[in-house]
Ligand binder design. Structure first.
Ligand code: SAM
Length: 250
């Protein structure tokens, strides 16, 4: 098989370790009340689940900072006959590029913790970068609108040993896919390291990503400091058990 790009590996990863239908269902329940409003997914990535929603008639503006992820998004949309043009915008630019434009903004799939680090192979930045990102997102939301956002749940932080997850083999695009992930939580640097090994029909890919390690109450305070008047935890929508999902109201 031709070597896969990193965003294509992410697509295989997502299909192998999650259930796309569960994601689509849970996202549908979040966006349903905004059917006549404006919705933005500001870290759309390769469009996993979101392209399915656009195909079924949901109007979602899509943006992301990473050209490679957006290229894959466009390929996925084209393959599914979905007309959509994603925007290349960083979170901290949203406030002046799309000011007060949306009733609902989605920033999900453990995205915000990668602030300053998604396109790097090193530990970079600090929580000020996350604060700037939240401020940018806040400014793109209309008054009385809200933000749906998730971070890794601190219930799964383990400072004593890395968390190793061996996923069962799954067939993706008719190919056998096996995923092994190792998550290391470093309390001193407040960083999280995600090592992934994926075997796709015998071809092995490996990648490592660093992100910020943020406690839930610290993150809620950051949302409040940005101006959100109320922050609620979402208990019912458990697409992935290790996410802490929040809705922040402007
Ligand atoms: C973990 S991926 C999640 C993608 C998608 N939401 C999903 O669940 O499949 C994180 C995404 O955040 C995007 N991202 C990282 N930093 C960003 C920034 N400063 N502004 C906008 N998007 C950013 C990355 O390019 C990547 O697509």
């Amino acid at each position: 098989m031709k070597p896969l790009s990193f965003p294509a590996q992410i697509d295989y990863y997502l299909d192998a370790v999650t259930c796309r239908d569960t994601l689509v269902e849970s996202l549908e329940s979040i966006i349903k009340p905004y059917r006549f409003g404006r919705v933005l997914d500001c870290s759309v990535g390769t469009g996993f689940g979101v392209i399915d929603l656009i195909r079924t008639g949901h109007n979602i503006v899509c943006s992301d900072a990473c050209s490679d992820m957006l290229r894959r998004f466009s390929e996925n949309a084209h393959r599914d006959n979905v007309q959509t043009s994603p925007l290349k915008i960083q979170w901290d630019e949203l406030g002046y590029k799309l000011p007060e434009s949306f009733d609902l903004v989605l920033c999900r799939g453990n995205s915000i913790v990668y602030s300053d680090m998604w396109e790097s192979h090193q530990m970079l930045g600090d929580l000020n970068g996350v604060k700037k990102a939240i401020n940018g997102i806040y400014k793109a939301i209309r008054n009385d609108g809200c933000l749906y956002i998730d971070i890794p749940s601190e219930k799964h932080f383990n400072f004593d040993a890395p968390l190793v997850i061996e996923h069962e083999e799954k067939s993706v695009n008719c190919l056998p896919v096996r995923v092994r992930e190792k998550i290391t939580h470093d309390e001193a640097s407040l960083k999280r390291k995600w090592d992934v090994d994926i075997s796709i029909a015998g071809d092995v890919y490996k990648f490592t990503k660093y992100s910020h390690l943020i406690k839930e109450n610290t993150f809620i305070s950051m949302l409040q400091q940005a101006g959100f008047r109320r922050v609620e935890r979402v208990e019912s929508c458990q697409y992935r058990a290790h996410y802490c999902e929040l809705v922040a109201y402007k």
